[in-house]
Write a protein that binds this ligand. Structure first.
Ligand SMILES: Nc1ncnc2c1ncn2[C@@H]1O[C@H](COP(=O)(O)OP(=O)(O)OP(=O)(O)O)[C@@H](O)[C@H]1O
Ligand SMILES: [Mg+2]
Length: 282
């Protein structure tokens, strides 16, 4: 596997505020990479730098093997897609006509529009003017637009923040499918179960740096409390060390048919988020 995004000692300063301090990470081709962190930690700033919309202060950011500043050049724009809340949709045009304009700009056949509308669950609304759409519907049009040209790399900045659970689930299925077909996805989200479901690896951003980076399952193992929780049939609860020393005691309860349930406590990505950043989810 080769890295599709390479970030080394990246720094971004706004006036007297250092948004990114010493950011380092790589995204491998074909993965879905979760970029997680508290509000104001620099996720959107990073996406803007990686897509050539914002200049870095220092360090290196390479995307698709190119310096990120070059990505806003027309010849490279076809290779990636971006979803942020900065919509740029034509309010008076219908959903279909907005997508048609993009399809023409990107030399995409018009029958692709139906496919992307299906993916975002908006086929029946395609004649509606964008100005009349709800926030969640607008978010889905922006996602559809980013998918039109089948980009090899997709940046998604909180793509489901305005969506109801049914539409989120529909989008999740579509993103899994897209990833399976080879699109690399860089995703920010405040929804830790979304990150857990979609991402091969996640990075936790805090204080301008990546504090932790691994697969969700490794992180959960790493942060797991080494305890076995046992609930007995009489309603009492026990905690035993997850170790050979607990075997005899556990066997005793099992042999006497006293055990109602046994489990080990798995932390969620949300628990890990709070532990790493010291902050509750916002
Ligand atoms: N154009 C700008 N001028 C000055 N400061 C900015 C600018 N853009 C971002 N910042 C600051 O940089 C920091 C990071 O902002 P950013 O929008 O990247 O955070 P975020 O992680 O995307 O937050 P959220 O989860 O709320 O979207 C914040 O302190 C913000 O105030
Ligand atoms: Mg943001």
């Amino acid at each position: 596997m080769s890295s599709i995004i390479e970030v080394t000692h990246l720094e971004k300063v706004f006036g007297d505020k250092r948004a990114l301090q010493d950011l380092n990470f790589q995204v491998e081709q074909g993965e879905t990479f979760g970029f997680l962190g508290p509000s104001g930690s620099g996720k959107t700033t990073t996406i803007k730098i990686l897509t050539g919309q914002l200049r870095k202060t220092s360090g290196e950011a390479k995307v698709l093997g190119l310096p990120a500043e070059q990505l806003n050049k027309p010849e490279y724009r076809k290779r990636f897609g971006v979803v942020t809340d900065n919509s740029g949709l034509y309010q008076r045009l219908s959903i279909f006509d907005n997508l048609k304009l993009y399809a023409q700009l990107y030399d995409v056949p018009l029958n692709r529009i139906e496919e992307v509308l299906e993916m975002v669950n908006l086929r029946n609304e395609q004649k509606t003017q964008v100005v009349k759409l709800s926030k969640g519907m607008t978010q889905r049009v922006i996602l559809a637009r980013a998918l039109l040209h089948k980009p090899e790399l997709l940046f998604l900045d909180e793509p489901t923040s305005a969506l109801d659970p049914v539409n989120s689930k529909h989008i999740h299925t579509g993103l899994k499918e897209l990833n399976k077909l080879g699109t690399t996805i860089f995703l920010t989200t405040h929804d830790m179960s979304e990150a857990d479901y979609l991402c091969n690896r996640v990075a936790f951003l805090h204080k301008g740096k990546v504090q932790l980076l691994d697969t969700p399952s490794q992180l959960k193992k790493q942060f797991r409390e080494e305890l076995i929780q046992v609930e007995l049939r009489d309603g009492s609860q026990l905690e035993l060390p997850l170790a050979p020393a607990s075997a005899a005691e556990l066997q005793g309860y099992l042999a006497a048919d006293q055990v109602e349930t046994i489990y080990t406590k798995e932390p969620t990505l949300g628990d890990i988020f709070v532990e790493v950043t010291g902050r509750e989810l916002i």
